[in-house]
Each structure stands twice: as structure tokens, then as C-alpha cells.
Design a protein around this ligand. Structure first.
Ligand SMILES: NC(=O)c1ccc[n+]([C@@H]2O[C@H](COP(=O)([O-])OP(=O)(O)OC[C@H]3O[C@@H](n4cnc5c(N)ncnc54)[C@H](OP(=O)(O)O)[C@@H]3O)[C@@H](O)[C@H]2O)c1
Length: 282
């Protein structure tokens, strides 16, 4: 029970990685408040927590709105009496394709959720953590946090921002007792990975996606352990940590498995990938 009696807020906890994080935190003794954009999307996740006998509370809050984010934090105090852990998980990827062909509204939505959302969540949580002298802020990054990613430019650039922002915030608050961490979960089998919108004409570029998924993607519940560790007292005094869940060794192992499959001419396992084509923005 590494998170016994801790109160954790997870933005975007209705499905995918956020829901898996919430369930993993609760299994370690945390009481969890999670958000989503609609009451309809909160309900199935709440039912899962209840089924497992965990204490959880869902709240509608758009991560890209400061007031709604502050109200989410207030829920943690109102319902569970405190705030110890905050995960800025809510994220959106926009549309896959050439940057110049993507609708500006799509880019704005990515920036609003992935950049402003992380800023708002960090501001609300860290002000409290610094004041109380303890607390863990975990910001979710991705492979794009380290290098540029053509055709997924908005998503990858937003993660580069989150990574840099997290390190700077950790440095600024290093003597406060609070911790700021960046967590890259690797490639995770969620809607974000398998439900793609692509600019017309770029569909061919996605042909390698099923191979990438076979080599490296993992279900959300298999990538949460290191995030639990980050949220626990094991990282006290270690602010500024950055964890990349998919290690070079695992990448090699996944590639070797796929290579062997091809060598043995075994039928590839099916990959669930839904692709919706959108016209280029003019
Ligand atoms: N999947 C991957 O391979 C991967 C890899 C690296 C990093 N990540 C990161 O992991 C995080 C979670 O991604 P995922 O794969 O679990 O995505 P997902 O399956 O698409 O789930 C996204 C979650 O974020 C919520 N959300 C989206 N926009 C929101 C907003 N404006 N306000 C509040 N909640 C919002 C969604 O809730 P509702 O729809 O219910 O509102 C949902 O709970 C993201 O930050 C993503 O960039 C994912």
C-alpha cells in the first residue's frame, strides 16, 4: 500500500492511461479524483472503481480551463479532505499529417489541452504543494518530448514543452518539499493510439503503425508501475526525475520478436486501428 491515505487527482481519467493510473493508485491505497469532459464519460470509469471496492470521485472539468481545473482541486479537498498527488494526464493528439495542412483549430485544441492544461494543473496543484510542504506532480510526456516528430508535430511539440516546463518548475521549487516529475509511458494501447484522424493523402504513412504497435505497444495497466513509484515516498527529495518507460532493451526485444515472426512467416496478430480521413485545411 505505497499510496495509503493519499489523495490523488488525475486529469483525463475516464479511459486509457488515466483510468489505468487511477485504478493502480487506488490499488495502492489512494483515494482518487479523476476528470473527463462529460458526465457520460465519467460513469463507466466510476463503475470500475466501485466494482473494485476503491474510493473514487469523478468530476467534469476541461483541462484547458483554469477555473474548471481549480474546481477539480477543490473537489479533492471537499470529498477526500486533501491533495497529495496530481497527474496532468489529459491529452489529445489532433490530426496526423503535414503541419501546414492541419486546421488551426485542431492545433489550438492540442495546445489548449496539452500545454495550457498542464500549466493550469501544475499551477493549481503546486501552489498547494509548496504551501503544505509536500506533494507529487506528475506530468505525462511522450517520445516527442525528446525529439521532433514530423506529421505529429503539434502533439510532439506539446510534449517537448511539457518536458521543459516540468524540469524548470522542479528547479524553481526544489527546496519546497514538493516533487515535479515527467513520465513517458511508452506506446500504449488506448484510443489515442488506435483511433486516428489523418489528413487526406497521408494515409500511406500510417502503414507502418501496425508493425510499431506489434513491436512496442502495451496495454495501459502494464505501463503504470513506474508512475506509482514516482507518486510514492520512494521519490521524496528527488524532484526533477524523468522516466521513460520504454527502455532501449525493450525496444530491441520488441523488434527482435517481430523480426523472428517475419522470419518464421507467421501470420501477424491483428491490430485494432481505426483511421478517419479528413480533408487538408485550405
Ligand atoms: N497512448 C499512447 O501511446 C501515449 C504515449 C505517450 C504519452 N501518452 C499520453 O498519455 C496521456 C493519456 O493518453 P491516452 O493514450 O490515455 O489517451 P486517450 O485514450 O485518448 O484518453 C484521453 C483522456 O483524456 C481526457 N481528455 C481529453 N481532453 C481533455 C480535456 N480537454 N479535459 C479533460 N480531459 C480530457 C479524455 O476524457 P474524455 O474524453 O472522457 O473527456 C480521456 O480520459 C496523454 O497525455 C497522452 O499524450 C499516450
Amino acid at each position: 500500500m505505497r499510496l495509503k491515505d493519499k489523495v490523488a487527482v488525475i486529469t483525463g481519467g475516464t479511459r486509457g492511461l488515466g483510468r489505468a493510473l487511477g485504478l493502480a493508485f487506488a490499488a495502492e491505497g489512494a483515494r482518487v479524483v479523476f476528470s473527463g469532459r462529460s458526465a457520460r464519460s465519467l460513469a463507466p470509469a466510476l463503475a470500475e472503481f466501485e466494482k473494485a471496492g476503491f474510493q473514487a470521485h469523478g468530476w467534469v472539468a476541461d483541462a484547458g480551463d483554469l477555473e474548471q481545473t481549480a474546481a477539480l482541486a477543490a473537489q479533492a479537498f471537499e470529498v477526500f479532505g486533501g491533495l497529495d498527488i496530481w497527474v496532468n494526464n489529459a491529452g489529445t493528439q489532433g490530426v496526423y499529417g503535414p503541419t501546414l495542412d492541419i486546421d488551426p483549430g485542431v492545433i489550438e485544441q492540442v495546445v489548449r489541452t496539452n500545454v495550457m492544461g498542464v500549466y493550469y494543473g501544475s499551477r493549481v496543484a503546486m501552489r498547494r504543494f509548496v504551501e503544505q510542504g509536500h506533494g507529487k506532480l506528475i506530468n505525462i510526456i511522450g517520445a516527442g518530448g525528446r525529439s521532433s516528430t514530423p506529421y505529429q508535430n503539434a502533439l510532439a511539440s506539446s510534449k517537448a514543452w511539457v518536458r521543459s516546463f516540468s524540469h524548470a518548475l522542479a528547479a524553481e521549487t526544489k527546496d519546497s518539499g514538493a516533487g515535479v516529475y515527467a513520465y513517458s509511458p511508452g506506446i500504449v494501447l488506448t484510443d489515442m493510439l488506435s483511433d486516428l484522424r489523418v489528413v487526406e493523402g497521408s494515409e500511406k504513412r500510417l502503414e507502418r503503425f501496425p508493425t510499431i504497435m506489434r513491436m512496442w505497444a502495451r496495454p495501459p495497466e502494464q505501463v503504470v508501475e513506474k508512475a506509482v513509484w514516482l507518486a510514492s515516498s520512494a521519490t521524496d527529495g528527488k524532484t526533477g526525475l524523468e522516466i521513460f518507460n520504454l527502455t532501449p532493451f525493450e525496444m530491441l526485444a520488441g523488434a527482435a520478436r517481430e523480426g523472428l515472426r517475419m522470419l518464421l512467416r507467421k501470420e501477424p496478430p491483428g491490430v485494432d486501428l481505426k483511421i478517419t480521413t479528413v480533408p487538408p485545411s485550405r
